[in-house]
Design a protein around this ligand. Structure first.
Ligand SMILES: [Zn+2]
Length: 623
């Protein structure tokens, strides 16, 4: 016998509702500000580059700073680096970073293949400062402390070498892209409400200082460049950036200087290749999309078909999270999978069409959950990877007409696998400190996505989608932390949700509710539910009668101090008394004898991540 399970297609019914609330100011919030001015010469033969950086740093913190730190990410791609050592010791190394015999690809790089980034000279407001390179971090003792509200200007000369492509950035990727230039410049570490975040580059990254970038790149004029900023001199450059139908002044000499500006971003990526095709597509009421991909007949068709889908994805995210605030977004072939950057993404391009759209959906969703809502990825990885996974699952279901009744099914199954493996660590774990890449990946992507889809089960789908929009309005261009999404959900729903944030993200407590027994007496059916797992939850119960009718019962969790709306308005719902968590059993009655009951089911939506679904059915059956 199979129960009719109520489907969760209702998600799509809740999308595209325009909120009317305004952004709320956050008491006491501050963040640092940077203005980068860089001029860089790149030798495409030796993959060496050198540049100057003028960095105006504004200290908006209440603290005087006597030190600052810069990330020198390319130093990770050297034998003996922390990234190399971690690669050699982790039980499940990233397959892209190891050779066929499982040895580290970084360990086998020669001197001309390694990456490096070195500071050659540095002054603060014209005064020399002392600095020391510690792997991927430059430690700078300031000549003079920067007081609260003060600015300092740093002038740096730097030299770099682009590593053979190992992870994310690098030269000569497997698909033949010459230059994937992410994490390529000396990048000031962020100092925020939690203090300094001078994380060494071990596996993961991304927490940057908001600011404005002005970047001039000089390189071989045959290369087409794409990336984070708006090109300021398109009529000198051409390469598909010139105004349609206009002619470009042919530059003398072997190089071109590309001048980009990227306002209000916390990172700057670029990529370049002599064989890029460059297409553009204007999104209605949205940004100009740029597509740069290799002129390779095997992929060109898919990259053409990707373009209108990218516009649809952009509109989906605009409607469901909030308007994309920049005038440009670039999808660029490069890197080694997919990675999000400011106003752009690097993705591998040699993929089946569905995978190409899927990776674009995911990386573009990161424009919201990382590049506009800039959570610290090292500390709160579930907030950007998980939320991105959540919204891109919904977007793909719509844009690719997947027709999945539950677009999150695979996401939940991944989480259940992690729990069953015994390898789960709390989501508060630093993203470099998980015991395995497997545990990191599921915790960040799957469990992070379930945080939201399950929140919809708790507060209601309308309230969930409104929570996302309000979160965007309140925290865009800021560094939100876990409490911020929780408080937003509390304000939108009127419920108390501290228990949800703490148990789900700070522990490995699991959810297991069950139907303990069903008895009958005096013409009534008595249902006893039990809480087996430590994590609290409100409970929806569906009862199916032999005459084909159905109704639901709702036991709110007492500590959430509220009730969601009926998620199944087509069915009658009975709101039962609150269930206080410490009571492991809970009894309620149905006003009909047991012989009329076909079956009983806990959480027909399957959005509550119950690790043992076996006991959610009466009579017992395999779900
Ligand atoms: Zn991601």
């Amino acid at each position: 016998m199979k129960y009719k399970i109520l489907k969760t297609t209702s998600f799509l019914a809740f999308v595209i509702q325009v909120g009317t609330a305004f952004a709320q100011p956050i008491d006491g919030y501050w963040q640092q500000h940077v203005d980068y001015n860089m001029e860089v010469q790149i030798d495409v033969e030796t993959y060496r580059y050198e540049g100057t950086q003028k960095l105006v740093y504004t200290n908006n913190s209440p603290d005087a700073l006597s030190r600052v730190y810069f990330h020198l990410y390319f130093n990770a791609f050297q034998p003996g680096s922390e990234m190399d050592m971690r690669l050699q010791s982790i039980t499940d190394p990233d397959s892209r970073m190891i050779n066929a015999d499982r040895t580290s690809r970084i360990a086998s790089l020669s001197d001309t293949e390694i990456g490096f980034l070195h500071c050659e000279s540095l002054t603060q407001d014209g005064q020399k400062v002392s600095f020391q390179e510690e792997g991927t971090v430059l430690v700078v003792d300031l000549a003079k402390a920067i007081g609260p509200g003060e600015k300092s200007t740093f002038d740096m000369d730097f030299k770099g070498q682009v590593p053979l492509q190992i992870r994310r950035s690098g030269r000569n990727s497997a698909e033949g892209v010459a230059l994937s230039m992410s994490q390529w410049y000396p990048k000031l570490a962020e100092y925020d409400r939690e203090g300094w975040h001078a994380n060494p580059y071990i596996a993961r990254e991304f927490h940057g200082v908001w600011g404005d970038f002005d970047v001039k790149l000089t390189l071989d004029k045959n290369f087409t460049v794409g990336g984070s900023g708006y090109l300021q001199n398109p009529q000198e450059i051409g390469h598909g950036y010139e105004a349609p139908g206009t002619r470009v002044k042919k530059a003398k000499g072997k190089t071109l200087t590309w001048h980009f500006k990227a306002p209000k971003v916390h990172d700057f990526m670029w990529a370049a290749d002599p064989d890029y095709v460059h297409d553009t597509l204007q999104v209605v009421n949205g940004p100009m999309l740029h597509f740069l991909y290799k002129n390779n007949e095997k992929i060109v068709d898919n990259w053409k078909k990707l373009q209108p889908k990218t516009a649809e994805l952009m509109q989906f995210f605009n409607s469901n999270i909030g308007a994309y605030p920049y005038d440009q977004y670039s999808v660029i072939q490069g890197g080694d999978g997919g990675m999000e950057y400011a106003m752009s993404t690097l993705i591998t391009g040699n993929r089946k069409f569905g995978s190409l759209v899927g990776v674009t959906a995911h990386e573009m969703a990161h424009s919201w959950f990382q590049h506009i809502l800039a959570t610290n990825e090292a500390k709160h990885e579930w907030m950007d990877e998980g939320f991105t996974t959540f919204i891109s699952s919904l977007a793909m279901n719509q844009v690719m007409n997947q027709g999945k009744p539950n677009p999150f099914e695979d996401t939940y199954n991944g989480y259940y696998n992690l729990v069953a493996s015994g390898q789960e660590q709390p989501q508060t774990t630093h993203s470099d400190r998980y015991a395995s890449n497997f545990a990191y990946g599921i915790s960040a992507y799957n469990k992070g996505s379930v945080f939201l889809s399950q929140l919809g089960y708790i507060i209601g789908q309308n309230e969930l989608m409104e929570t996302l929009r309000q979160y965007y309005r309140d925290f865009k261009f800021k560094h939100p932390v876990p409490n911020d999404i929780k408080r937003t959900a509390e304000k939108v729903s009127g419920m108390e949700l501290d228990w949800y944030l703490t148990d789900w993200t700070q522990t490995t407590n699991t959810i297991d509710y069950g139907i303990k027994n069903v008895t009958t007496s005096d013409g009534k059916t008595k249902i006893t539910l039990e809480r087996i797992g430590l994590m609290p939850m409100p409970i929806d119960v569906l009862v199916v009668y032999k005459d084909g009718t159905q109704e639901t019962f709702y036991a709110p969790l007492q500590m959430m101090r509220g009730e969601k709306e009926n998620p199944y308005p087509q069915l009658e719902r009975t709101v039962l008394p609150d269930w206080p968590w410490a009571f492991s059993e809970y009894v309620f009655e149905i006003d009909t004898p047991m012989e009329n009951v076909e079956g009983i089911l806990i959480d027909p939506s399957q959005l509550m991540a119950d690790v043992n679904a076996q006991n959610n059915f009466y009579p017992t059956q395999t779900p």
